[in-house]
Design a protein around this ligand. Sequence first.
Ligand SMILES: [Zn+2]
Ligand SMILES: [Zn+2]
Length: 232
Amino acid sequence: MYLIEDDGLVLVDSGFPWSPRHILDYACSIGRKQEDVTHILTTHSHPDHTSGASRLARATGAAVVAHQDDTKLHPNGTASLNYLGIFGAVKTPIPFFQHTPVNLLVRDGQRLPLPVAIEAIHTPGHTPGSTSYLLKDKGVLFTGDTLFSDGKRLSRSLPLPGTDRRRYRTSVERLASLDFDVLCGGHGAPLVGGASKAVRQLVERSPDSPTWGDFLRTLPRRLLSGEPLRGG
Ligand SMILES: [Zn+2]
Ligand SMILES: [Zn+2]
């Protein structure tokens, strides 16, 4: 989860069902009120990124923002988050799978209606509606699980159910063509400085994203060397 502090507070992803308490405690610790959270941007619909959203939206009145391809559209014209047809489909409040209404559907290239300039970039592959958010003026990119950083190097996610490897590759190549200095990935510490160059180097070094076969083959070496257990 990342909090963008401006006139209001904009959250990128909302973590687990128990995360809102920590987010609101943090907002208070920097002298902000919970109503200051105006938007919850979701990078994709996986429950580890969104299952705190409905509780947080109720507590703050914030709008939940997502790409249509990670939502389910209902006959009454509303949308809710959706992963593999299960997340968001259950009406009872089961943690991780509860119904999360989406207030704003974003399109590729859309500039969000916020005081801070944020552009949505549709980067499908990890999930169909995966979206990155670019703060052009600040040179900061939020990628969700399209890319990971451990603060030193970048890596890509392994294919999970719902992953489209061809679209994923195209999306990472597209991110490599942008200009930004800081990359905030889906997990791990942000990569600060020269981040767009690091994405280009990753794509040049190994254009194809890692497979589970690659992961299992290199697992013993990674365990012995203490490398992070992620994709490559
Ligand atoms: Zn994910
Ligand atoms: Zn994740």
